[in-house]
Each structure stands twice: as C-alpha cells, then as structure tokens.
Design a protein around this ligand. Sequence first.
Ligand code: ADP
Ligand code: MG
Length: 371
Amino acid sequence: MAGVKLVNVTMKYGSLIAVNNISFECREGEFFTLLGPSGAGKTTTLELIAGIKKPTKGQVFIGDRMVNDLPPDERDVAMAFENYALYPHFSVYDNIAFPLRAPRRKGELSGGQEKERVYEITNLLGIGELLERKPQQLSGGQKQRVSLARAMVRRPMVYLLDEPIAHLDARLKISARSTLKQLAHKLGITILYVTHNYREALGLSDRVLAIRKGTVEQIGTPEEIYEAPVNDFVARLVGDPPINLVDGAVVNEDGKAFFQGDDFRFLLKQELLSKLERASWEEDGKRLVRIGIRPKSIRISSERLSDASFQLPVYVVVREAKNSIVTFELTHNFFQAVVNNGVHLKVGEKVWVEVDQKNLYFFKKSVALTK
Ligand code: ADP
Ligand code: MG
C-alpha cells in the first residue's frame, strides 16, 4: 500500500489544457475522491497516475517513488473504468481472475489462492452466484460489479476507480456505495475515486478534491466541502437542489446593512459583517457581493417572521416523498426552498421567505447564473 502525490502536473492535448498545474497528495489508506463536472480532467488525472498517459509537465509519485518513467504494468496500480470492457468469451470467473494471471504475475498465486481471492471479492460485491456466466448473460449493473471486482481482485499499491458505479440504477447504486465503503474499510487500501456525483463523493470519501477545468478548487473533508465551500463553484457542486446564488449590493441605512438584490432586500445581521467584508468588492462606487443560501436554510410562511424576510410569488411547487421543493423566479435565475409537505402553497401566491442567517454564505462571482 502507498499514497499518491502529484506535483505541479499539467496535461495538454494539443492546445487544450486538460489538467492545469495540479498538486495534491492522497495519503496511504485514504479514500480520496476527485469531484467535478464532466470535462474537468478527472479521468485524465487517473490516467496520468496509472501511466496510460504521460504528463506534459510535473511529477507523479506512488509512495516515495517518482513514477513518470515507469510503464503502467510496473506501477502496481489497478484501474476500473467507467466503461467496463469485459472479455465476452470468458466466464465471469475468468474475467475477474484475469489480472492475477498476467505474465509478470504468473506463479505469484496458486490455483487455490486465486480462487480464494476471486471468491472474497465477488462475495463482497454480491456477485458470487454469477461466476459461471458469460458477460452477455449479465445486466448492466452486474457487468459494472464484475468490472469493479476485476479491478479489485489484486492487491496493488493503489486502486484507481473511475466512476465505477455510474451506470447502476438508483437502488443498486446505494447498495454498491455501502459495499465500496465496506471494502475500503476492510481492505484498508488507498483508493483514488472519480465521480461527478456529490452524494458518492461526500458519502464515501475521507477527503474530496473539487476540480474545475483542470484546476484544484478545494481539498477537504466532506464536511468542509459541504459546510465551508471556498467559492460559489464548490458550493454549487454539492447539494440538491443546488445552493441558491443571488447577486446584489450591500446598502447601509440608519447604521444598518441590507442585502439589496434585483428581486428582494433584507436586513443583514451585525455578526455577518466581517465575513461579508472579506467576500464583497467595490464596483462603480457600490459594495457588491454574491450571497449563497442552501434551499434547506430557507423558511416560508404567510407572515413576516423576521427582519431577514422578503416577499416573492410562488413560481412552481414540486412535491417529493417527504418535502416539497418551492421554486421562485428571479430576474437572473431561480431561487429554491425545501419545505415540509404540510405547507400548502398556490402558484402565484405571494409568500414570506426567510433566510437562516447562520447559514448564509458570501462569495465573489466565479460561476455564471442561468435560468
Ligand atoms: P472528465 O473525466 O473530468 O470528464 P477528462 O479527463 O475526460 O474529463 O477530459 C478533460 C478534457 O480533456 C476534456 O475537455 C476532454 O474533452 C479532453 N480530452 C480528454 N481526453 C482527450 C484526448 N485523448 N484527446 C483530446 N482531448 C481529450
Ligand atoms: Mg471521465
């Protein structure tokens, strides 16, 4: 087992910079996740660690060893890809045992040991009964688990898992997630995991790296990423419905500070002002800021609850199992609140909206607002 370290790594495809001067360290035994939207450079980063691609610049370390010049099969990493390429003519058993039989590993394990390894991983992944089948006799979810088992059957220094459960349906995903967590815990292995799904990232990882256009935005524990996002991009990456972002100015009247947006205005609590000072900026003689409020930190009522309230007309209400999602239309984007199903709201009705100031974020602008 070993950790992985990247130092100022850049990867260009022609003129496109897929990975832009990235540095991070995944510690030995850590479950470390790269979280970012499609095209952010996640797969490329794993490929650079696996040795499938060579960085344009920078160094890759596995353990203490700089591996830039080592071919993939000498790096002792196992990689599972999003697109499970199983050998169609092999049984599930032979597909999974395949990495153990690679020429350079011949003789490492006896036949009995090989079976033990395959049984251990397939039982953990719940595919122990499928060993005799051929890939075409499997569902998509089963194929994905077979592919994961194949990546995890060896005991390499590091596992590289690229969206390994992306193609499972919602229910299987939840069970695969707990299996993965169990596996990581049981084997105590170093896992570099890639996903665009924030639930997977926050649910599985010891630490998460938020990546945007090949650049590291934040590295932190799931709690830090969710509770203390460093900017609006990271804030928007985690949470569903996504955090509300609203642009506006800080207006001072009678010694009080108000947030003044295009669609509403409310009083800002005194204790927020230093936080606000750090994030806001001067423009055309105004003090501007972008606020962030999670939909769960908003209360809705028919009466004015506090100074931090404002009125908006209901645009649409979508009822879910436990809660309803209320959407309001603003000039530049939508504004959403998660409320108890007991609250009955009519479209077009003007209601009072109150933001929980303890959970109010202030940001500079770095993502575009859209409807
Ligand atoms: P992610 O896995 O986060 O979706 P990728 O690492 O696959 O991102 O891609 C990062 C960027 O590099 C994207 O803009 C993608 O189109 C580009 N890219 C990836 N692979 C290649 C390649 N082989 N040739 C050219 N461009 C590529
Ligand atoms: Mg990818």
